[in-house]
Write a protein that binds this ligand. Structure first.
Ligand code: AMP
Length: 284
């Protein structure tokens, strides 16, 4: 595996390889099997796979979260090596933002960024759009791989690619979970033992909503899940929303959309966990 830290070196490396297709997996490191599944998918579908590790300061609305975000480049590098990743791209902040971080990518996201996470993490998606735009500029991948775990994030990046007519295909990988159902996340490591024990309740409640669609209204489902997820000590749902998967606008009736997704953000002590599940996906 080649480790590259500058845009210039990456460009000349990719040029020399003359590969037919480049797959790209952007990450913030602290890699787990969720990330590695994206990498493996990219490895299967492309000649070259570039994985970036960059903890992007502009997407953290909470500075404490940025400070505490786990960083372990050596361990990440050996995990990437173990799945035969072609290139690990680990740029510095100066390399990613040579002209400073204080700018915004102007793109019409059709309100996708204002709902759900957008409501609770102001500025977060401006940072995500900014960094992915910049990374795509540097890597110029044929295929971009993102996880369904961050449903709103891939929706927004898909919109950005379309809107700005960028030449890359977005490929979304399903959520990888632990044996007990908890969606893998770099933040899981920071859960206390007791919080970790109860955290799979998020997934179980999403499953329960899916199983109750025939018998309960949208609001009833949300109310039951909200009550259940408030039960364990220190757990507090920030939102549980059932939305149209295309627009991310909340729906009130199961008949309101053909593509329906439930998304949840839950505080487990001082750790914020997110998860989601596709409830209905009918081809129109
Ligand atoms: P992050 O390092 O958290 O920014 O994540 C990098 C990429 O990995 C994003 O596209 C995430 O959606 C994806 N990802 C994170 N966790 C999972 C998971 N449990 N299953 C699938 N993809 C994931």
């Amino acid at each position: 595996m080649k480790i590259i830290t500058t845009a210039k070196k990456l460009k000349s490396y990719l040029k020399k390889k003359k590969s037919k297709s480049v797959g790209f997996v952007p990450t913030m490191g602290a890699l787990h099997n969720g990330h590695l599944s994206l990498v493996e998918m990219s490895m299967m579908q492309n000649d070259i796979t570039v994985v970036s590790i960059f903890v992007n300061p502009t997407q953290f609305n909470d500075k404490d979260d940025l400070k505490k975000y786990p960083r372990n480049l050596d361990q990440d590098a050996s995990l990437l090596e173990s799945v035969n990743t072609t290139v690990l791209f680990a740029p510095s902040t100066e390399e990613v933002y040579p002209n400073g971080m204080d700018y915004k990518i102007e793109v019409d996201l059709k309100g996708l960024d204002t709902r759900l996470e957008g409501e609770f993490r102001p500025g977060h998606f401006d940072g995500v759009v900014q960094v992915v735009h910049r990374l795509l500029e540097m890597v110029k991948p044929t295929n971009l791989y993102m996880g369904q775990k961050d449903f709103q994030q891939f929706s927004i990046i898909g919109r950005m690619i379309k809107s700005l007519k960028m030449k890359t295909n977005l490929i979304v990988h399903p959520i990888i979970r632990d044996k007990d159902g908890l969606a893998l996340s770099s933040r899981n490591k920071r859960l206390t033992e007791a919080k970790r024990k109860w955290a799979p309740l998020i997934y179980l409640n999403l499953l329960r909503i899916k199983a109750s669609m025939e018998t309960h209204s949208v609001q009833e489902c949300i109310d039951i899940a909200t009550a259940n997820l408030s039960l364990p000590l220190g757990f507090k749902p920030e939102y549980i929303q059932v939305v149209d998967g295309k627009t991310l606008k909340p729906i009130t009736d199961w008949k309101d959309a053909k593509y329906i997704v439930v998304l949840a953000a839950v505080w487990a002590g001082n750790i914020r966990l997110i998860d989601n599940m596709i409830l209905k996906m009918k081809k129109s």
